[in-house]
Design a protein around this ligand. Structure first.
Ligand code: SF4
Ligand code: SF4
Ligand code: SF4
Length: 256
């Protein structure tokens, strides 16, 4: 059987998700056994074949070239996967959208030739092209990425169990930070990270995006009473999850 062709590309980002793929070590070589490598700049020269079976896109489109690359990749790939929170939700750089910088004010303050700066809003790549699957998290969980890539190579539909971070937090016996008064997004955030932040006694900032099909309104209302709207917004905006969370909140009163 012909091996599927895999491409891995970065837009603007820290490339930490690709580093996590490298961290698979020998198992990355197993992936190269089941895929033909079309492009992965961290391990070999660019090949840029005409067609891909699977393309992973990491980062945010922030330059004209990024937008062009993303649209071209969509045309050239059968399956396009958003790799990591930047591609999935907008990531840390999406904080730009929530500040006055969206009007270009800071760009004008910083750059003399500010008119030459391509100053765009930060969007999930799904706002620009159709995305077939998501490998969530900042940075990605390499084990989850491995399983998803194996499923795609063998023609199976990959899936992530639709349960909250709390499940992994409590099965691991971590202390509940919500009960200590911290604005943890664990109850409304898609699990699969092993509750890694809670392990380090940091509350969940929702970097994997919300659990599908839930209404987070009640949890948000409780958190707002607990820490106030400004802090809650800051938490949701840290990884760019706010738009998705509020998009699912049918009954969240911002005037509470
Ligand atoms: S999701 Fe996180 S680790 Fe991955 S590219 Fe974005 S900032 Fe870097
Ligand atoms: S600390 Fe957060 S993730 Fe863990 S059980 Fe409490 S609310 Fe859930
Ligand atoms: S605990 Fe929350 S913020 Fe931390 S990795 Fe998991 S989903 Fe992301």
């Amino acid at each position: 059987m012909k091996k599927p062709i895999l491409g891995i590309y970065s837009l603007t980002c820290c490339e930490g998700c690709q580093v996590e793929l490298i961290n698979l070590g020998e198992r990355l070589l197993e992936l190269f056994e089941i895929y033909n490598l079309g492009n992965f700049s961290w391990v070999e020269e660019k090949k840029d074949p005409k067609q891909f079976d699977v393309v992973l896109v990491e980062g945010s489109p922030m330059t004209e070239e990024n937008f062009k690359t993303l649209r071209e990749l969509r045309k050239k790939s059968k399956i396009l996967v958003a790799l990591g929170t930047c591609a999935h939700l907008g990531g840390i750089q999406k904080i730009k959208n929530y500040t006055e910088n969206k009007k270009g004010d800071k760009v004008k303050m910083i750059y003399k030739d500010w008119r030459k700066i391509y100053d765009v809003n930060i969007d999930p790549i799904s706002n620009i092209v159709k995305v077939d699957y998501v490998i969530p998290q900042c940075q990605i969980n390499k084990e989850e990425a491995y399983k998803i890539l194996v499923a795609l190579a063998t023609g199976r539909k990959p899936y992530i169990l639709n349960r909250p971070v709390c499940y992994e937090c409590q099965t691991n016996g971590y202390e509940c930070l919500l009960q200590l008064g911290e604005p943890c997004l664990g109850p409304i955030t898609l699990g699969g990270c092993g509750a890694v932040c809670l392990k380090s006694k940091r509350f969940c900032y929702g970097c994997r995006g919300p659990v599908k099909g839930i209404d987070p309104s009640k949890h948000l209302a409780n958190l707002k009473k607990l820490v106030g709207e400004k802090y809650l917004k800051d938490v949701m905006e840290t990884f760019g999850a706010e738009d998705e969370i509020l998009g699912q909140a049918k009954d969240y009163d911002t005037n509470l």
